[in-house]
Design a protein around this ligand. Sequence first.
Ligand code: GLN
Length: 226
Amino acid sequence: MSSESTILNTPVPPQTSAPVATVPPIWQVTIGVMALQGDFDAHEKALAALPGVSVKRVRTVADLDSVDGLILPGGESTTMAKLLLRFELMEPLKKRLNAGMPAFGTCAGLILLSEDILNRPEQPTIGVLSCTVDRNAFGRQVDSFETDLAFPLPDEPAAMVRAVFIRAPYVVQARGEAQVLATYDNRIVAVQQNNILGIAFHPELTGDLRVHSYFVNLVRHSTEKR
Ligand code: GLN
């Protein structure tokens, strides 16, 4: 059989109507994970499991420019603050956040986002959450623990999330526009101020993606002026 007749004999696929879209298209966003220190890889894995999300490690100003929202992971807030200054990321980051870029800080990330740290006025912070945090505030005997925490989500107001606390801070005062989202034992462990979310625990370690998904939706609806 000649190649021509092979082509001519190729059956024409039956005409069917185009599949009807049953789900709305997902608006693709790029979420950065600050990767200077700490457990950024666990956040990357959590984000990679969510539809419509591209994940980008942020280590330079060029990286920061390419993202729609940023996660600041857990780790050591003193080290991260030093590295933000050394890599000249602190000022560009403040500028993006003040312009409305959404950010999500977990544990050390919450400390970095807060306005001030109890008894540590010398430790630099980004200062976009109107809060005072206390570092390592749950005390030595309970350095790390897990609990089920009431964490209201827009489509699930009675949500309980598994919360892992590792040498965690808590918020001793939330002021102004900072809204309290969750408390544990009468201590504030999650706050939100417009597009900035700060939580004292580690949702990236539990396989429960609902808090990440909540943040990604904040990013999808962000109106940052750039
Ligand atoms: N104790 C750390 C700090 O103060 C935070 C711990 C964490 O991120 N798991 O920076």
